[in-house]
Design a protein around this ligand. Structure first.
Ligand code: 5GP
Ligand code: ZN
Length: 114
């Protein structure tokens, strides 16, 4: 999709530090990490937000969680623990309108989500 920063990263038009790629999902490092390890798991197909998911995307979402778990293991944050976050819409603070799962880890986090 034009003017979507994550589509541009996926298409190689702007650089991304990729840790995973297959035919439907990529994962790359967040440019402004909030934790020592901060990855983004992103579908190659442009989906704007959780509210844009179709029931036919259920398998894709399951696969995205599987990829999040795999990259957490690969980046060695699985044993110490990690957090998956999906922001959807304005009140959640979604900045990039291309669905993504944040994979956060590498330090102790509070139970506070704000
Ligand atoms: P959101 O607030 O939409 O859930 O999260 C968007 C995330 O994308 C933010 O954590 C932000 O740092 C990250 N981000 C924004 N622009 C870029 C970029 O050009 N490259 C990478 N790797 N991450 C980006
Ligand atoms: Zn996009």
């Amino acid at each position: 999709m034009e003017d979507c920063i994550f589509c541009k990263i996926i298409e190689g038009k702007i650089p991304g530090d990729f840790v995973f790629k297959d035919d439907e999902i990529v994962a790359f490092k967040d440019i402004h990490p909030l934790t020592p390890t901060h990855l983004l798991v992103v579908p190659i197909k442009h989906i704007g937000a959780l509210t844009d998911l179709a029931t036919t995307d259920n398998t894709l979402m399951g696969n995205m969680i599987a990829v999040a778990n795999k990259v957490a293991r690969d980046e060695r944050i699985a044993d110490s623990g990690y957090r998956l976050v999906i922001n959807s819409g304005k009140h959640a603070g979604q900045l990039v309108a291309h669905l993504h799962i944040h994979v956060l880890g590498g330090r102790q986090m509070s139970g506070d989500f704000d």
